[in-house]
Design a protein around this ligand. Structure first.
Ligand code: HEC
Length: 198
């Protein structure tokens, strides 16, 4: 066997060995397959329940008084709801985005890197899946993509098209640094972020 062939085989073996330590998304997770699956299941359940609660209340408020009524409602409900769902499940749950409406939702460093990872995969046309990771400080975190649905457009859509100018005046007054408009149906809006405390 030629030395170059031998080196090639060694490199391929090394690459395969390294690949085994990585999650499908290419990031080391530091979790066993069983732990990963447990945290994924928990994370999905908490995010789904919080989303159902939030969008149920949002839809009711929209029906009752339109965007002008639902926006103040949303800003009084979204964060406290996330807090109480978090306390009930012994986690910290947040909604975050690369373009936030409420500055309090701005991403933490680890959230930014996962948001960017989701955005890159989304641009490449990949199907985005929830994931879990262990941060360098040992905290286990869950992240799941949030996509724009029909209900969302009236507050996050294109100004003068799906988002009425008069409605936006209400939003902009409350959130003068809002970056969360211009979205279309199915766009990646942000992600659920869960930090497990145990
Ligand atoms: C009635 C208007 C309204 C509708 C409808 C609405 N949102 Fe929002 N959204 C807001 C407001 C207001 C905030 C800021 C909440 C706060 O102050 O905590 C927000 C915040 C968010 C955030 C947190 C990050 C940030 O930008 O602050 C995400 C993610 C989000 N919305 C996604 C959605 C999705 C997905 C939908 C549809 C299922 C949706 N929104 C529907 C008004 C709306």
């Amino acid at each position: 066997m030629k030395p170059s062939t031998l080196i090639f085989i060694l490199l391929v073996t090394l690459a395969l060995l390294l690949a085994q330590c990585q999650s499908p998304s290419g990031q080391p997770t530091g979790l066993t397959a069983a732990e990963k699956s447990t945290f994924l299941t928990k994370g999905k359940k908490i995010a789904t329940e919080t989303f159902a609660e939030l969008s149920g209340r949002l839809a009711a408020a929209l029906e009752q008084g339109g965007v002008a009524y639902a926006v103040p409602f949303c800003s009084q409900v979204a964060l406290p709801l996330a807090d109480s769902m978090g306390r009930a499940n012994n986690v910290i749950i947040r909604r975050t985005s690369l373009r936030v409406r409420n500055p309090a939702d701005a991403p933490l460093a680890w959230e930014t890197s996962l948001l960017q990872q989701f955005a890159t995969a989304d641009q490449a046309g990949e199907d985005l899946q929830p994931l879990v990771q262990k941060l360098p400080d040992g905290t286990v975190v869950f992240a799941a993509p949030i996509r724009v649905q029909p209900l969302c457009l009236q507050c996050h859509g294109r100004l003068g098209e799906t988002l009425e100018t008069t409605d936006y005046a209400v939003i902009h007054q409350r959130y003068p640094n809002d970056q969360a408009i211009g979205y279309a149906l199915g766009d990646l809006r942000g992600m659920w972020s869960i930090q497990f405390k145990e």
